[in-house]
Design a protein around this ligand. Structure first.
Ligand SMILES: Cc1cc2nc3c(=O)[nH]c(=O)nc-3n(C[C@H](O)[C@H](O)[C@H](O)COP(=O)(O)OP(=O)(O)OC[C@H]3O[C@@H](n4cnc5c(N)ncnc54)[C@H](O)[C@@H]3O)c2cc1C
Length: 400
């Protein structure tokens, strides 16, 4: 069997790349190991309104579950900072249905989607990737690897897999759990979710989707404790576990005949671990490079390196700002985090933060981070909570 482009993995990144290629008349086949697209679903499903537009997804009631216009962040000692926006900022989507919708759009554009096919390796020809090998061999001019966080095939091809910042993620639905409509909650704490946070988002009437990602401890036990403390409940639905990536992009996302997209490329937001939007945006850039390569009949690493250059130019600064913020947050012991929350409240800066977040971009966060970190009031909070030395380090992380 032969195709112009073979895509490994029927998650958002692979399906978006396939949609873009097929819509330009490229012959593309997607190979997904599971019998059904979208299942198992590991995701909290928070996707920004702007982000959905950026990845070319029209809103559809099939997958939209809740509108989100704000949230409350809780310090380890329980101090909450509540931010409400003037508009809908994000949606909670049902990721299983969302992914199936992406598959339908890709199919409608002309892509073929083969389920129940686990790809075991690439086919190599003269040292370059020239197809995929599973229970059937498929030759291809090029392969797009969208296998997700595991990075098994990428590593076999000699490319780096996501390294630092790989956290144990877990999610479960909790019934009889009330949340304020339109609001999400994030909870910080080294003993709760070291390296990220725990979350509770609306999942239905009197139902919440609770989860966390952590670099330390048993994620299931931590989730159990979180649900008990937050809702006083001990029962919850079947938990889904999967890695959450906060370490930023891998060093190289292309090889001879090969492009990496989505989680396998480390294209997630280091501040939150969310990867659908940035992964999807980079997948669209990968598809553009693949189309140029097909036109030029040049699948060499030299040519495909245009993809690396392209996403780094568009999003490299975003990834590094968010990585700077992640490193800063990871460096804060709980008492310091508590002090920052308390100082923001006592300095009356909640409304200022609310304006920044209301005007800021949920996915391209460098602007809002820079604004917050150069605001005189916020600088005073940081200086009083962190001391001059740590403030200096923070400034150098952001080149302020
Ligand atoms: C707990 C948790 C909560 C999250 N919450 C959010 C959120 O709220 N918002 C957000 O934007 N992101 C969130 N994310 C991150 C998001 O889920 C990922 O960034 C996104 O799914 C990455 O898309 P992808 O297509 O790269 O990979 P995936 O979605 O992982 O898809 C990869 C696909 O490839 C298939 N596959 C893998 N290997 C093979 C193989 N060898 N052969 C064939 N098929 C293969 C897999 O079965 C899978 O279907 C969350 C992640 C976790 C773990």
């Amino acid at each position: 069997m032969r195709t112009e482009v073979a895509v490994v993995g029927g998650g958002p990144a692979g399906l978006i790349a396939a949609r873009e290629l097929a819509s330009k008349g490229v012959q593309v086949k997607v190979f997904e190991e599971h019998p059904e697209i979208g299942t198992p679903n590991h995701c909290a499903g928070i996707l920004s309104v702007e982000g959905l537009k950026r990845i070319g997804v029209e809103l559809d009631l099939k997958f939209l579950r809740h509108e989100i216009n704000g949230g409350t962040a809780f310090a380890p000692d329980g101090t909450g900072i509540r931010i409400t926006g003037s508009r809908t900022r994000a949606y909670i989507v049902d990721r299983a249905i969302f992914d199936r919708h992406l598959a339908e759009t890709a199919r409608d554009a002309g892509a073929e989607i083969e389920r129940n096919h686990r790809i075991l390796d690439f086919i190599y020809e003269d040292g370059r990737v020239a197809g995929i090998r599973g229970d059937l061999d498929v030759e291809a001019s090029m392969v797009i690897d969208a296998e997700g966080a595991s990075g098994v095939l990428a590593r076999k091809a000699g490319l780096p897999r996501p390294g630092g910042g790989v956290l144990a993620g877990i999610n479960a639905n909790v019934t009889d759990a009330q949340l304020e409509p339109g609001m999400v909650e994030v909870w910080f704490g080294e003993g709760l979710a070291d390296g990220l946070f725990a979350w509770a988002v609306p999942a239905g009437e009197d139902e919440a989707r609770c989860g966390l990602a952590t670099g330390k401890g048993d994620a299931l036990e931590l989730l159990r404790g979180f649900i008990k403390n937050r809702f006083g409940l001990t029962e919850f639905g079947e938990p889904a576990r999967w890695p959450v990536l906060t370490g930023g992009p891998v060093d190289k996302t292309h090889g001879d005949g090969l492009l990496l997209v989505g989680d396998v490329a480390g294209h997630t937001k280091p501040t939150t671990g969310g990867g659908v939007i940035l992964g999807g945006m980079c997948a669209m850039m990968a598809a553009e490079t693949a189309i140029q390569a097909l036109e030029e009949e040049d699948y060499s690493a030299g040519f495909l390196g245009r993809y690396d250059e392209r996403w780094r130019e568009a999003l490299g600064g975003e990834f590094s700002s968010m990585l700077g913020m992640r490193r800063f947050l990871n460096s804060l012991p709980d008492p310091r985090m508590n002090r920052i929350f308390a100082s923001v409240k006592s300095a009356g800066l909640e409304a200022t933060l609310e304006t920044f977040i209301d005007e800021g971009d949920m996915d391209l966060q460098s602007g809002v981070l820079r604004k917050a970190l150069t605001h005189p009031g916020m600088l005073r909070v940081m200086a009083s909570s962190l001391g001059r030395l740590a403030l200096g380090e923070l400034n150098s992380l952001f080149n302020l």
